[in-house]
Design a protein around this ligand. Structure first.
Ligand code: MRU
Length: 368
């Protein structure tokens, strides 16, 4: 997607042919900065500290982290250590394990001298595959938005989204936002309700920034506003991303997603979840008990970062000194609250049968 006319992916190989460039997402929306990752440790830090974030981008960054580790030391010990270091960075997004497993499978059988080149090629392939997947998700989601537009007598299609599942969360296009970009580009009037998404404000800071740069009409709302809007007929559909989807169609996404799904269900608003195949964890079925939920530093709750009128970005405390805070990063929306899963292979019911109908090669894995 474009930033001020220049095409960017969210991650790229630098001209030196081995280090990696990414957009420093903690600086957005106030400053657009790119940074250079030059080692396994840089990649692990970028994921852990959320300089980059979003399930697919976490996987892509880990793949390049592995490649940089192989460039530094292609031994078996280094390969195993790089896998472990990267795997420990964040617990919930399954794309991380998917990318690391893919890298390990490609590299382990090779002689150490061949591993670095193969690792860079595999990391690049993971990135290209992500772009193609998200483009396909966009085309399937576009059909849903077009369908709503065709029966809506007046006004834009009002779409509510949570967190950031746009191009910044992936390599390009995004998952939940890809259909929105495509609808907008196709001339379908759309308007996006953007949940701010406390505590880290990925909606207010990242989704609003992305949509604004692309010219998509949007309005930022506090996280608690969605139910009210749905009660008053001001939301035509919800679409969100997911960090892990079980074989039974439960989806785990940024904290607060579940409450939006409940409100959507109560108000008969369609609630779609957009996901790339690598976000499905075929090894589990019950999202509530089987997905590890990240718990982050409580200071993300007790403080809020923002820019002063003079442009200085500062943290401000919003709680009384001494009040404890808890910071759960994700929640699980049960399949029964999901209208449909929008994948690169089409839209299906949020169920084992639905997923297997699109991914028949996984029938055996899903049956266990
Ligand atoms: O904690 P984050 O910012 O990594 O969480 C991101 C989300 O919850 C996204 O909705 C999810 O990764 C899907 S991204 C296409």
């Amino acid at each position: 997607m474009k930033v001020d006319g220049t095409h960017y992916r969210s991650i790229w190989l630098n001209d030196d042919g081995w280090s990696v460039g990414v957009i420093e997402q903690t600086k957005l929306p106030h400053t657009f900065e790119t940074i250079r990752l030059a080692s396994l440790e840089d990649a692990a830090h970028a994921i852990r500290a959320m300089l980059i974030r979003g399930a697919p981008l976490i996987g892509a960054t880990a793949a390049y982290g592995m490649a940089m580790a192989m460039r530094a030391d292609p031994s078996d010990v280094s390969l195993a250590a790089a896998y472990e270091t990267l795997h420990r960075t964040r617990p919930t997004a399954i794309n991380l394990r998917w990318a690391l497993d893919g890298m390990r499978q490609a590299l382990q059988p090779l002689a150490p001298a061949e591993r670095a080149a193969a690792a860079y090629a595999k990391a690049a392939a993971i990135c290209d595959e992500d772009v193609a997947i998200n483009h396909a998700i966009g085309t399937h989601g576009l059909t849903l938005i077009r369908g709503i537009a065709q029966v809506k007598p007046t006004g834009p299609v009002n779409i509510l989204t949570h967190c950031n599942a746009g191009w910044l969360a992936t390599v390009d296009w995004g998952t939940a936002l890809a259909p929105i970009y495509m609808a907008h580009d196709a001339g379908i009037p759309v308007h996006v309700w953007v949940d701010e998404t406390r505590p880290r404000n990925q909606g207010a800071g990242l989704t609003a920034w992305e949509l604004g740069r692309h010219g998509v009409p949007h309005t930022v709302i506090v996280d608690n506003a969605g139910g009210h809007l749905m009660q008053h007929g001001m939301v035509d559909m919800c679409i969100v991303g997911t960090d892990r989807t079980t074989a039974d169609g439960d989806v785990c996404n940024k904290i607060g997603t579940y409450l939006k799904a409940l409100a959507a269900h109560d108000n008969a608003v369609p609630f779609y979840v957009a996901l790339p195949g690598p976000t499905i964890d075929w090894t589990i079925s019950d999202g509530l008990t089987e997905i590890p939920i990240e718990e982050r530093d409580p200071t993300e709750v007790t403080r809020i970062w923002g820019a002063t009128d003079a442009g200085e970005v500062v943290p401000m405390r919003v709680t009384p000194a001494g009040s404890p805070a808890a910071n759960y990063g994700f929640d699980v929306t049960p399949a029964r609250l999901v209208t449909g899963l929008v994948t690169e292979r089409g839209v299906c019911p949020a169920s084992r049968e639905g997923l297997v109908s699109l991914y028949p090669e996984m029938r055996r894995a899903a049956a266990e």
